[in-house]
Design a protein around this ligand. Structure first.
Ligand SMILES: Cc1cc2nc3c(=O)[nH]c(=O)nc-3n(C[C@H](O)[C@H](O)[C@H](O)COP(=O)(O)OP(=O)(O)OC[C@H]3O[C@@H](n4cnc5c(N)ncnc54)[C@H](O)[C@@H]3O)c2cc1C
Length: 308
């Protein structure tokens, strides 16, 4: 049976879910497809900048989005997306096929690409082999396993600072390892890190190798720290940012910027009529839950205008 929709959100993170909520309320036949409900924000230990919530865990905030989606009876398919195809126009409107890995194809007049981003890797020897064996990309998910251990966090952004602060609640000692002179996290995180008794920052240092057999044992720096390039660690959290998941949109012919973000205008439109983008995958100036949600909402309004 052909499953046809007016609006399909590809992605069920903050951008995709917000868009689906508005699309449904615009009376569009709406579907949301994605691998992980809640997306990247599930990993945020604490969200303290989403209006209406002074402090809430990312997981709980996304649970509230999910409850809202459910309350509106929005159809959600949890599956991975294999490909997106532009088909010949139907009834004078664009027409697209979204192919999933295990649940077949879904068809729609408009689609929103809100597939977020993928974690950047260090790309050093040992990283792939020891991922899941002490090397992690998610402090919120894996932090509790490192109780009383000595761990490192690679990176200097807000996410890295948040990861270090979270880990400091479990681990005996946390080292932030950053390639530049000074971490670039928001000032509020600087003071929290300074106040934490068990966090030390190692600046101007890169990891060139991760060493271990069954588990991580140590890392090798590109220069000496306390007289040695070898540094013993029982856990390493890589928090060096991410790149947009824009490959499938690029195959469809959607225009990307130099960093492979999808180019959108103020209506969240891409260069292809009927295809919109929002959130971390798009070239907007901020990558936050609220800005992604706003871009998604604008996309559903644009789809509504196109279809009416
Ligand atoms: C540690 C951390 C802390 C953060 N803290 C904050 C904060 O305090 N405040 C704030 O506003 N923002 C914060 N952020 C940023 C915020 O998480 C992102 O800006 C937001 O999640 C982007 O939403 P999105 O919907 O664009 O993408 P995502 O949330 O990444 O969602 C992408 C969706 O696409 C799906 N997907 C991807 N590829 C496929 C595929 N091939 N097939 C099917 N589905 C796919 C995913 O499963 C997911 O459902 C934080 C991020 C991190 C990592």
């Amino acid at each position: 049976m052909t499953q046809e929709y007016d609006f399909i959100s590809l992605g069920i993170g903050s951008a995709g879910m917000a868009a689906a909520i508005y699309a449904k309320r615009f009376n569009l036949k709406t579907l949301a497809i994605g691998q992980e409900s809640g997306g990247l924000l599930n990993e945020a230990y604490k969200v303290e900048n989403y209006p209406g919530f002074t402090s809430i865990s990312g997981l709980d905030l996304m649970m509230k989005f999910r409850e809202h989606v459910k309350a509106l009876d929005i159809e959600v398919v949890e599956d991975s997306i294999k490909g997106i195809k532009k088909l010949p126009d139907k009834d004078g409107k664009p027409f697209f096929e979204v192919e999933t890995t295990s649940k077949g194809s879904y068809f729609s007049k408009t689609i929103l690409v809100a597939l977020g981003s993928e974690r950047r890797k260090l790309k050093v020897p040992g990283e792939a082999k020891l991922t899941g064996k002490g090397v992690s990309f998610c402090a919120t998910c894996d932090g509790p396993f490192f109780k009383d251990k000595i761990v490192g966090v690679v990176g200097g952004s807000d996410s890295a600072a948040q990861a270090a602060l979270l880990l400091s609640e479990y681990a005996k000692k946390v080292y932030i390892i950053y390639r530049k002179e000074k971490i670039r996290a928001e000032p509020i995180y600087h003071s929290r890190i300074e106040n934490a008794k068990n966090i030390t920052i190692i600046n101007n240092t890169n990891i060139v190798e991760i060493v271990g057999d069954k588990m991580i044992e140590k890392v090798i720096f590109d220069q000496e720290y306390n007289g040695s390039r070898e540094f013993a660690l029982e856990g390493l959290f890589v928090s060096i940012g991410s790149g947009p998941n824009s490959e499938k949109a690029a195959q469809l012919g959607v225009e990307l910027d130099g960093q492979r973000h999808i180019k959108i205008n103020r209506l969240s439109e891409t260069n292809i009529p009927g295809v919109y983008a929002a959130g971390d995958i798009a070239d907007g100036p901020m990558k936050q839950a609220i800005t992604g949600a706003a871009e998604g909402v604008i996309a559903s309004q644009s789809a509504f205008e196109l279809l009416k």
